[in-house]
Design a protein around this ligand. Structure first.
Ligand SMILES: [Zn+2]
Length: 168
């Protein structure tokens, strides 16, 4: 089943704030690429203020769960000194995986905006999974998808043949 085909198209032009905050996520994703990490970035915004911006850190940590979204949720929870991020929006340069969507659910995040889709990730790396979003969560994208896909393509193109992303 093609999950992307079930998702409604973006309703008209991308809101300016979505494009701006995707830029914050893209900036940290770019830093990840320079560090040899998968170039995925995420930021969490509350009332127009960035609470946290993190990039994927699975290789340097090393920690298989150190996805950008998980690290951003942890940092944002520390910033607000609470385990809930109600009324926050999470921006991610790649559509969150099931683990990260579940973390959004537990943190109370109701809106997620992504750049490149999981479909894009799968096409470039062959190493991602697909899952429908939890029904209560608004998953909006692609926002600045071309830039987010270009970052993934730079990364995938630099991987040694036969090596899966994330393997040192
Ligand atoms: Zn994830």
């Amino acid at each position: 089943m093609d999950e992307a085909a079930q998702r409604p198209p973006p309703p008209g032009p991308v809101p300016a704030d979505d494009a701006r905050f995707m830029g914050e996520a893209l900036a940290v994703a770019d830093r990840a690429l320079a560090l040899g990490e998968p170039p995925v970035g995420a930021c969490i915004v509350h009332a127009g203020v960035v609470l946290a911006a993190e990039h994927n850190g699975v290789i340097g940590s090393p920690d298989a769960t150190a996805h950008a979204e998980i690290l951003a949720i942890r940092a944002a929870c520390r910033a607000v000194r609470a385990p809930r991020l109600d009324d926050c929006v999470l921006y991610a340069t790649v559509e969150p995986c099931p683990m990260c969507l579940a973390a959004c659910h537990y943190a109370g995040i109701r809106r997620v905006v992504f750049g490149a889709s999981l479909d894009d990730m799968h096409r470039l790396t062959g190493d991602e999974c697909f899952a429908p979003p939890p029904s209560a969560l608004e998953l909006a994208g692609p926002v600045r998808g071309d830039e987010c896909r270009a970052l993934l393509a730079r990364w995938a193109g630099a991987l040694p043949p036969g090596r899966l992303p994330g393997q040192p």
